[in-house]
Design a protein around this ligand. Structure first.
Ligand code: K8D
Length: 443
């Protein structure tokens, strides 16, 4: 039917980047056409005859997820990979008791405060494997009126003949290393399957995090040191271009910007040696109170923007780096961001030296923090994302307009006004009503 071929046509038209935003209910529908997808489209029969799938995520509504699959696929084996323990694990498993096609893989979280934050779908079809790396939880609200990022891989066919099956970006090896790090029997069959498929068409790099204290040759396999290693391939001419980070949560980053943000972390993203940098070199995008108040969801959008007053109080220096969420280019200024993106942009915002979309928020838990005088990189959470490097597309830079490169928000980003404050989810917001006439009184 037209729905199905539109999906494949949509994917073909999105080549070679294959990067999408999620559809948002309530915005002008011209912005929900090309380069926008919904989970039911991704899982639809038009994308291939599903044999089995694996869903890696943080929040999972099992009943809602099952009905996102077409009726004919609701008995195909589904592996849910999560990080819950104890009561939350029991609740998740009892939610799924009535489905005999659903199995679980509990990811080990041996370091305190870590979460299984990665959001990925592995889709095994009769004629190949597709990988989807995205930023949305498996709950209705994450796919309803927010801005989320979705990368949909090509269909990777079964490996025939003598080809290596590996891409120039080493995506297959990195994906296998990531899955191997779980050290879980239920992922072994997926690892073996991936080894028998041809990933040579993959044009993105994998940037992932796994919990641990990574040293030696493992130190730059994960987190911000993996990104640092990959960005050494970027055009040196872009060295003075600003770095833009955009995220939906902020961790405790230290009392001073030089403790981690503008030293270790910024050094990785700007592959420049010097630790101090002038402020305009780093621009951070995080929703202001008014961004949340005036969003389609109103203050409840802030339920997915967990920045706490306890953390915010310790790092007011951060607020001078902040820019508002504005996406007029995609008709999504009111679709609250749950996407996370990082990029290096030309001062005029017209070109990109590189672009990444990941589950990783601005936190040490996600990106890692160097310990023991740089001997080890400590990471608390599982994260996964994709990096677009111009050289993988035979380009020197991405010309946003000419290359039709989808950027989730308006560039250059707009700084907070004096009267703007970062959204904080655990304090009252009662001065002005939101789009639904409501106020926010957490406790
Ligand atoms: C502590 N748990 C979470 C913190 C932040 C986020 C986010 O993505 O902003 C998520 C999530 O939505 O996966 C979970």
């Amino acid at each position: 039917g037209s729905f199905s071929e539109s999906l494949n046509d949509k994917w073909n038209r999105s080549s070679p980047f294959n990067f999408f935003l999620t559809k948002a209910k309530g915005i002008d529908n011209k912005y929900n056409a090309n380069q926008s997808v919904h989970i039911k489209e991704i899982l639809s029969e038009s994308f291939g005859e599903l044999v089995q799938s694996a869903q890696f995520n943080y929040k999972i509504d099992v009943d809602w997820l099952v009905q996102c699959y077409p009726e004919s696929f609701r008995s195909k084996p589904l592996l849910i990979v999560h990080g819950f323990k104890g009561r939350e694990k029991q609740d998740l498993e009892s939610e799924a008791a009535k489905y005999d096609h659903i199995g679980f893989c509990q990811a080990r979280l041996d370091i305190a405060y870590g979460t299984h934050h990665s959001k990925m779908m592995l889709l095994k079809y009769t004629d190949g494997i597709r990988v989807v790396i995205h930023t949305a939880n498996l709950v209705h609200g994450d796919w309803h009126q927010k801005t989320q990022g979705v990368w949909i891989s090509p269909l990777f066919p079964i490996l025939l003949g003598q080809g290596s099956g590996e891409s120039d970006t080493k995506f297959r090896k990195d994906l296998i290393d990531y899955l191997t790090a779980y050290n879980h029997p239920k992922l072994r069959s997926w690892i073996e399957m991936i080894k028998t498929h041809d990933f040579s068409d993959c044009r993105v790099h994998l940037v992932a995090s796994v919990p641990g204290r990574h040293t030696d040759i493992s130190k730059d396999k994960w987190g911000h040191l993996k990104l640092r290693k990959l960005l050494k391939q970027v055009e040196p001419s872009c060295k003075q271009w600003p770095i833009v980070g955009q995220f939906s949560s902020i961790g405790s980053l230290g009392a001073k910007s030089e403790d981690w943000l503008c030293s270790e972390w910024l050094s990785s993203l700007s592959t420049m040696g010097q630790t101090l940098v002038e402020k305009s070199q780093l621009r951070l995008v995080f929703p202001s109170v008014d961004n949340v108040r005036l969003s389609l969801e109103g203050y409840p959008a802030g339920g997915s923007l967990p920045y706490s007053i306890h953390t915010a109080k310790k790092q007011t220096y951060l607020h001078s780096f902040l820019h508002v969420w504005k996406s007029d280019r995609n008709g999504r200024t009111q679709a609250s961001p749950h996407i996370k993106t990082y990029m290096r942009m030309s001062p005029d915002g017209e070109n990109l030296a590189w672009f990444a979309c990941t589950s990783a928020n601005l936190s040490k838990a996600a990106w890692g923090v160097l310990e023991k005088k740089g001997y080890q990189l400590m990471i608390r959470s599982y994260e996964i994302g994709v990096l677009f490097l111009p050289k993988s597309f035979s380009k020197e830079v991405f010309k946003i307009k000419d290359d039709n490169f989808l950027v989730p928000f308006d560039l250059p980003p707009t700084p907070y006004e004096k009267s703007d404050h970062p959204w904080i989810w655990d304090i009252p917001h009662v001065n002005k009503p939101d789009t639904h006439g409501m106020k926010w009184c957490p406790n």
